[in-house]
Design a protein around this ligand. Structure first.
Ligand SMILES: [Zn+2]
Length: 489
């Protein structure tokens, strides 16, 4: 009896950071059956001579909560090598559903996702209508707070705190891997450190982590890291610092010190990681960053470019500076006009320094996450589909920030361990067959800010749970992904 698939003579990066070695890898059903010199035939033999075979990439920072239902093949992710997405970042989770949709609708104007109850309901929908990638979820503090308290800026009453804890408890029971915060956004920015410590206490002892889009990624970066570490320590849960960066010219260079804070905490035994996307521009909703157009942030109106504006698509791809000239207003007033026209406008923000990006990437606490916003009908940040190929091709091969084996580790084995994903992120006998076959001499990103949906090159085949979903840059339409609930600690 032969195997389902055998990759012959692949250079296998197993996800642990060990150097590649040339072996055969056999897949049976949804698992890796055998690694070594595989005898006998297979239903499908793949000559992988000269190609790298790695665990499928785990995108630990996504906003694909609703995309997993509305664009279920998830081709924009899997063609780029991603086999698992962690959704629910930056305080925006998938449940409670109606509140979550209020926050998520800006990425999917006009769509109508299914209804469900709580995270148990969300996972059931994904079970019944599987996406093309595996989905892991974080509960979102902002969603929970908005659901309980609306946009109140005051501290929660004890009754409101109990209600928020109950909502979070449902998520934990259903199998989320942690809670995220978005402390620059409404309504997360109203939460004090005390509120967050109390709520995060619900995660203690569960194996869940605390992920955070911090309060200030500019000149307040160090205080923000200190706050994240304090919350993790008080609740005794691991900390995941989202999209670690220093935002705005006045903050450039601060990552040296924020990384030192992480080193100190790790030396003290705290579990702390960060994620990063490999670009010097960020992306978010315009309403969250309009204040950056004030003097003193080191950002200018030329640095802010409209990514998606469904009510006024001709503005997509143009800077606030440019629109201000057209409207004959100052940049702040022009941005206000854009927001009045379309409150859900998203932007690309050229706010980072290349040295900082490489310094953060080289640090052992950093794993890779795209933070892509799935606004597929507009001009999303190219990180959405090209993050992993860019890290492998540009930062590892071309710039030698780290070895290929280490680059693969930062997007597979390290990520699976931090998020508690069992038998994922590894090329190992018995592990799930989430695999990416690529040419390490060729792989690189191709998307640009002007043409952001071009898919990366050099990725030959992507397999999820033993089923090929993409070959030669084309998606098969297969949807073998699963909702992955947290395993017992
Ligand atoms: Zn964020």
């Amino acid at each position: 009896m032969g195997h389902d698939i055998v990759y012959r003579d692949a250079t296998v990066y197993d996800g642990t950071g060990s150097p590649g070695s040339v072996v055969d890898v056999a897949v049976d059903g949804d698992r890796i059956a055998e690694i070594g010199s595989v005898r006998g035939g297979a239903e499908r033999e793949v000559d992988a001579t000269g190609l790298a075979l790695a665990p499928g990439f785990i995108d630990v920072h996504t906003h694909d909560d609703f995309a997993a239902m509305l664009h279920p093949d998830m081709a924009f992710k899997s063609i780029g090598g991603v086999t698992t997405c962690v959704v629910g970042n930056c305080g925006m989770g998938a449940a409670p559903r109606d509140t979550a949709w209020k926050q998520g609708e800006s990425f999917h104007p006009g769509a109508s996702p299914p209804h469900y109850d709580g995270f148990a309901g969300y996972f059931s929908i994904l079970d019944a209508q599987p996406p093309g990638v595996n989905v892991v979820a974080l509960a979102g503090h902002g969603t929970i707070r908005l659901d309980t308290m609306g946009t109140e800026s005051s501290a929660p009453t004890s009754r409101q705190m109990s209600a928020m804890r109950a909502t979070l408890a449902e998520a934990v029971e259903a199998g989320v891997v942690g809670m995220s915060t978005g402390l620059v956004y409404e309504p997360g920015r109203h939460a004090t450190t005390e509120e967050l410590i109390e709520l995060t206490g619900e995660l203690t002892g569960t194996g869940c982590l605390y992920a955070t889009h911090m309060r200030d990624e500019g000149v307040g970066l160090l205080d923000s890291v200190a706050e994240a570490l304090a919350i993790g320590r008080a609740a005794d849960v691991p900390v995941q610092i989202s999209h670690h960066k220093a935002n705005g010219r006045t903050a450039w260079g601060l990552v040296q010190r924020s990384l030192a804070l992480i080193d100190e905490a790790r030396a003290d035994g705290q579990v702390v990681h960060a994620d990063q996307y490999p670009y010097t521009a960020g992306s978010t909703i315009l309403s969250a960053v309009i204040g950056w157009l004030e003097p003193g942030t080191g950002l200018g109106s030329a640095d802010l470019v409209i990514a998606s504006c469904p009510e006024h698509p001709v503005w997509e791809g143009r800077s606030i500076d440019d629109i201000a000239v057209e409207l004959d207003r100052d940049p702040h007033a022009a941005a206000a006009v854009v927001l009045a026209e379309e409150p859900n406008t998203t932007v690309v923000i050229h706010s980072m320094n290349e040295d900082d990006v490489q310094t953060v990437m080289a640090h052992p606490s950093t794993m890779i996450g795209s933070d892509g916003l799935p606004t597929l009908d507009s001009k999303p940040h190219p990180r959405l589909s090209n993050t992993f190929a860019r890290v492998l091709g540009h930062y590892s091969r071309e710039l030698a920030v780290f070895e290929m084996a280490e680059a693969v580790h930062r997007m597979t084995g390290m990520s699976a361990e931090a998020f508690g994903l069992v038998d994922r992120g590894a090329v190992r006998e018995g592990a799930f067959a989430d695999l990416v076959l690529f040419d390490e001499a060729v792989i690189v990103d191709r998307a640009t800010y002007a043409d952001p949906l071009r898919m990366p090159m050099g990725i030959s085949e992507v397999v999820v749970n033993g089923t090929a979903v993409a070959q030669g840059g084309t998606h098969s339409g297969a949807r073998p992904g699963r909702a992955l609930r947290r395993s017992a600690p």
